[in-house]
Design a protein around this ligand. Structure first.
Ligand code: NCD
Ligand code: ZN
Ligand code: ZN
Length: 435
């Protein structure tokens, strides 16, 4: 039996949300015992980690990420992507199927799961595509993909344009008790635009992506979810209109859930530099300040259930092509928690407990996962976070292959210092990755 004690951690009480000194025993990958107060427990014979007052939390869960393997290994691999996740405090991540080949067959799902088991350092729960090659023409074999280990179906990267196709997908997913996860984007409303319709697009005479291109799919799919009874989860919500429609759907009992990314909570199109740096280009695009506030309030009142990064690495060469030609997407793992902790918790708008729930127990609830908890008997997916020391975001220090972030130079608090998955320390600030 392998026993580890993490001693002198700061833990938020599950009941009151207040911080207390706690020591936890981890046995064979599971949380075995909590001990509270300044007096140390009997740790004889165990491996000891002294948390020195750092915050202990369930490992963060990110239900929307891009690992790029197979096919785009120059952008990211399962090895580099999971390392980056571990450094960001994430112990469970769900990669999207827009790889090459697309994850639309059991073979590709198996390949991702096998690579994750041998080369990855955190838990990898893959999605499979809704349609073959994400082309929107033919449904994939949902039953076989579920059997292979896919946790849901999505064509993330593109919207499913045909409403009947989406309805058929939902009915099939419902019959298998699986969720549909949707990138909401109506192609007829966006053609060729790189930024949102708003102050920035007007100033630079650029074509803009209108809010309706997202919200039309949100509204359509909530109705289809009502008709089919499927659990329907909406990707990267970015508009006030979407929040309004999700709230309406929830109020009449539709099984709709949704997610939001840190950048859509922190940045509007008014922050995009005039240099047109493509590190500010992502899909959905940065919207207006009014949309940002609607997303924040949606997250606060539970209309939006969870926070995800939509970690989307691209090469420096690709991002150097300029705003109009570079691909959409920014990296997210290594800045997500510090950004939100610094900008929402330290400023007093949110409690630390609220932020952590939206990144741990809430995603576990939405996707029915046995993670995101520190109860005795749960898998020992635990992280330590330094809440006291300020550090600047420096892409040169990232473990992801991607350098594409708009947050370079931001001074932040709340950096993870240790990540444990299933009782094994997979990353520490001091010694880096441990395979
Ligand atoms: N979010 C992005 O801007 N890009 C994602 C695709 C997606 O999430 O829609 C990507 O795969 O690069
Ligand atoms: Zn998407
Ligand atoms: Zn995505």
């Amino acid at each position: 039996m392998s026993t580890t004690w993490i001693i002198n951690a700061k833990k938020l009480s599950a009941d009151t949300g207040e911080a207390e000194i706690a020591h936890v025993r981890v046995d064979n990958g599971l949380i075995a015992e909590w001990h509270y107060g300044i007096e140390l427990p009997d740790t004889a014979g165990a491996k000891i980690i002294d948390a020195q007052g750092k915050l202990i939390s369930p490992g963060l869960i990110d239900m929307h990420v891009h690992l790029r393997e197979p096919g785009f290994e120059y952008k990211e691999t399962i090895a580099s992507g999971t390392e980056s996740a571990a450094k960001g405090g994430f112990t469970v991540i769900a990669p999207m199927p827009n790889t090459r080949p697309v994850m639309d067959t059991p073979e590709t799902i198996n390949l991702v799961l096998d690579k994750a088991a041998t080369e990855g350092v955190v838990r990898v729960l893959p999605y499979a595509a809704i349609t073959k090659n994400e082309l929107g023409r033919d449904l994939t074999d949902f039953a076989a993909l579920k059997e292979a280990g896919a946790i849901g179906f999505t064509d993330d990267g593109v919207g499913v344009q045909n409403a009947q196709m989406m309805k058929d997908a939902m009915a099939l997913a419902k019959s298998l008790d699986m969720p549909i996860i949707a990138h909401c984007e109506d192609d007829t409303l966006v053609v060729g635009a790189a930024v949102s319709e708003g102050a920035f697009s007007r100033k630079h005479g650029l074509k803009g992506i209108p809010n309706e291109s997202e919200a039309i799919h949100v509204g359509r799919d909530i109705l289809l979810s009502e008709a089919t009874g499927v659990h329907y989860h909406i990707c990267h919500v970015s508009t006030e209109q979407s929040v309004r429609l999700i709230k309406l759907g929830k109020s009449v009992g539709v099984k709709v859930t949704s997610e939001v990314c840190p950048h859509h909570l922190l940045l509007s199109d008014e922050h995009i530099p005039d240099s047109m740096d493509a590190n500010w280009k992502m899909n959905p695009p940065l919207r207006t300040p009014k949309d940002v506030e609607a997303c924040i309030q949606g997250l606060e009142d539970g209309t939006i259930d969870i926070i995800v990064t939509d970690h989307a690495p691209h090469s420096e060469e690709e991002k150097a092509r300029g705003m109009e030609r570079a691909p959409f997407g920014i990296v997210g793992f290594e800045t997500a928690f510090p950004l939100l902790y610094t900008k929402f918790v330290r400023t007093g708008r949110w409690s630390l407990d609220f932020l952590l729930r939206r990144m741990t127990s809430d995603p576990a609830r939405v996707f029915r996962l046995p993670y995101g908890t520190m109860e005795v008997g749960a898998p020992a997916d635990l992280i330590l976070i330094d809440l006291e020391n300020e550090r600047e975001v420096d892409p040169a220090t990232f473990l992801t292959k991607g350098r594409n972030t708009p947050f370079t130079g931001w001074k932040l608090y709340g950096w993870p210092t240790l990540t444990m998955v299933n009782g094994k320390i997979v990353w520490t600030e001091e010694n880096g990755i441990n395979r």
